[in-house]
Design a protein around this ligand. Sequence first.
Ligand code: BGC
Length: 510
Amino acid sequence: MSTSGSIKNEQPDDTGTQNTFSDVDIESGANLDVAPKRTKKFIVLVASVAALGGLIFGFDIAGAGATFVMDGFKHHFKWECAHDAIDCVGASQGTMDRDKGLINGLFGIGAAIGALLNSRLAEQFGRRITLGLSALVFIFGASIQAWAPVMQVMWAGRIFSGMGIGMLSMCSPVYIGECAPEHIRGALGTLWQLAITIGIVLASAMNIGLAKLDYGWRISYGGNILFAVILILCLAFMPESPRWLAAHGTEEQVKEALSKMRFEDEIDSEVEKLQHEVEEERKLGQAPWSEVFSNKNLMRRRVILGFVLFAFQQLCGINAVMFYAPDILNTFFTESQAITGTLVLNTINCLSTFITVATVDRFGRTKLLTLGGMFMFPCLVACGILSVVEQTQGVGYAVLVFAAIYIIGFAFSWGPVLWIVIPEMFPYRTRGKAVGICVMSNWIFTTIVGALFPVASTASLGACFFFFAGAIFVAVGVVYFFQVETAEKTSEEIDQAYENHTPALKRKDW
Ligand code: BGC
């Protein structure tokens, strides 16, 4: 069993400034704050611009589902007949279910493909160009959706918009993680999730007004083109990832990129550190796909872990709530109360993400994941029990309260933390490919939960909540036994942490 306490680190500290030694907690490995940690404002701007991808993602999550109840959408696609329509026959329930399933399903499949595809593009063309390319693919798909004259065209648009968002969800967190200085890598990484939640709130607030317009659904599907255009324009002023440049560019280019994001006296030591990492990796040559699945450097175990963690992020039911909160709340309340309740939950989701901004670098990733699970598990069990008793409004309010606490738990832990931890878990050589596979898992399970929840909840809403509770219980166990703390560690230190990792049960400070 390891001992608790702290030791002096013999290595120069990562900021490369006056203090060359930093205290390190030898169990959690987190720096205990001795070195002065300075942050240039421009790096916050860089991370915020990359996080615009999250805004696009969140807007789609809340925007698309809401169109299914909009009259303009239902009339346009002939699900229902407008009162002045001539020769119109409304669609059967089966047709509508198929259309909804394909709108969600094709989006998820496109996103999974996009995430995997981008690992190659981001490596070959750089993170910045790939972000721009991802935004373009999204604009293409979203324009088709917003224009769609018939349902088949809508489906085609969903594949491309999904692909664009899948590409962004692979590339933005990687870019942010590689540009951020270690001491605020977690906080800046959280901007990605914050942007997702802001997108969700924005779309769910706009939906209330858009539902009244005949063409409102077109804005729900295409409104986020605006963010994609802003992203592309801003990218012109963004530096390339210094880590990518260290591997593919010249020393001058690395210095130029860093000069925008670091203070003058930090640049040389960081260039040296990046070059050292690149040299070490060059000795090993290009990482082929087989290496991602080999057990060299514990890669296979890490990829499986990342894949499983993202699967659990979805299997704990967050998107059942995000996609279907109006339906769930409608069991207890009127439609307009359910829509307002959803907006409240989405706002709580967004505000709670700030807890992570403030804590993720200080407390570390694994503690937040565990604590979040401890909030989520009892709330899911409570919702499960409440779903099988008589459905009165009083019970509805109790469900709303537990759902809100569950969302707070998710929003400061499993939501943002995984998007930070997954890119951190892998060494640079395999990062693109490995992150692509893990993000693909996120999208596969988003699609599965999104597609199955309507049928499963009709069979038994209570059983769904118990299933989600079971999933988060096991997920916390997986973190407890297998995940290492990555906060404030360099890529090499993270490699070592995986190699030396012993299951968390042996950690005294738990
Ligand atoms: C998840 C999404 C989810 C969102 C909710 C993200 O971290 O990946 O699937 O809809 O959080 O805020």
